[in-house]
Design a protein around this ligand. Structure first.
Ligand code: PMP
Length: 351
């Protein structure tokens, strides 16, 4: 740390992203990316003429991409805002709708960035433990008088809560914003987008990183009531009005319009997940009920660290969290069938 860092940030612990090795070709099952390439429509959209147009700024209103997303979800453009990944949208939300006075509540086991944003913006956190079986008790989030942030399905557990629980939480906190992070919803969860028409305090956040093959393009979005979206745009225009680059805008528009490709790749991931769960169970693993593109699994005879290191030595990269309640588990991204078979063969060697 330099002697110049602001006092406000001196205690900040940043987020630790999953490894992105540049020097070795691992079977990469550690950051919940898609194993498939982007839609052919995306590849067509990013052509030489568009690359040449990079000398021009991107559309600060992101009109065409916002409209395509709004049409897809049956809302209006005024209900959608785009972020440089959903991480940026979440940062905007923490900055806009939580402060010292209001505070924020989220589960003890969830996406690690919530804690980082709370710390970055000096927001008091109420961290609510998941139950022993890693399920989330909706009643713990009712009548809280705090901003509520819930990943549904959750990460790294992969488990989902039903829509009526989300509705109960939104209805019981009418004077606070309720944020549902749906990064993984396309793989089996129930989306709360429709509820944003009924509850003016509800924000749904989604991403193109997992089910639309664009993690590297960085595109996320929020859907909510017009006034909440206007607030998020105030923050966006106060930080970086060109937060989405020209190529990403085109890629996002092409990806959302290619519904057939989205559905076929999503279905393959679900199929490979079910196969992987079965095979892991045959090998003595406990696997939580996943509605995502990853599984969270533990083995009675080997610790998470042993399995992680053993897999890495065999060229397979997964995610391991060295934390209480998580350190017996591995989070394994679902890839192609071939990748999952490589994982299973490596596990057979290690066990
Ligand atoms: N929410 C959750 C629950 C996640 O796991 C992730 C991915 N790390 C994100 C949001 C952010 O994804 P992105 O910024 O790529 O949209």
């Amino acid at each position: 740390m330099s002697r110049f860092l602001s006092d406000r940030l001196s205690a900040l612990t940043p987020y630790t992203p999953g490894e992105q090795p540049q020097d070795f070709n691992y079977v990469k099952l550690n950051t919940n990316e898609s194993p498939f390439e982007p839609s052919p429509e995306v590849i067509k959209a990013i052509n030489t003429a568009e690359v040449e147009r990079l000398r021009l700024y991107s559309d600060p209103e992101c009109k065409k991409t916002v409209k395509a997303i709004a049409d897809y979800y049956g809302v209006e453009s005024k209900n959608v805002v785009l972020g440089n990944g959903s991480d940026e949208i979440l940062a905007f939300i923490f900055e806009a709708f939580c402060d010292k006075k209001i505070g924020v509540a989220y589960p003890d086991i969830s996406y690690g960035f919530y804690e980082v944003f709370a710390s970055r913006y000096g927001i008091d956190s109420k961290v609510i433990p998941l139950k022993e079986d890693y399920s989330l008790c909706a009643d713990n989030y009712c009548n809280l008088n705090k901003t509520v942030v819930i990943a549904n399905p959750n990460a790294p557990t992969g488990m989902a809560i039903p829509l009526f629980d989300i509705e109960k939480i939104a209805a019981s906190n009418p004077d606070n914003v309720v944020v549902i992070d749906e990064a993984y919803v396309d793989f089996g969860g129930e989306s709360a987008v429709e509820l944003t028409k009924k509850y003016d305090n509800l924000i749904v956040v989604q991403t193109f990183s997992k089910s639309r093959q664009l993690a590297g393009a960085r595109l996320g979005f929020a859907i909510a009531n017009e006034a909440l979206i206007a607030d998020l745009n105030t923050v966006r225009f106060a930080s970086n009005p060109y937060n989405i680059n020209r190529l990403t805008l085109l890629a996002g528009e092409a990806a959302i319009n290619d519904k057939a490709y989205f559905e076929s790749t999503r279905n393959k991931i679900i199929e490979n997940r079910e196969y992987t769960v079965e095979e892991l169970k045959k090998r003595g693993f406990t696997v939580l009920d996943s509605k995502t593109n990853f599984v969270f699994a533990s083995h009675s005879e080997k610790s998470g660290a042993e399995l992680y290191n053993g897999l890495k030595a065999n060229g397979v990269l997964v995610r391991f969290f060295n934390k209480p309640r998580l350190d017996r588990y591995l989070r394994i991204t679902i890839g192609t069938k071939e990748q999952m078979n490589t994982l299973l063969d490596a596990l057979d060697k290690i066990l």
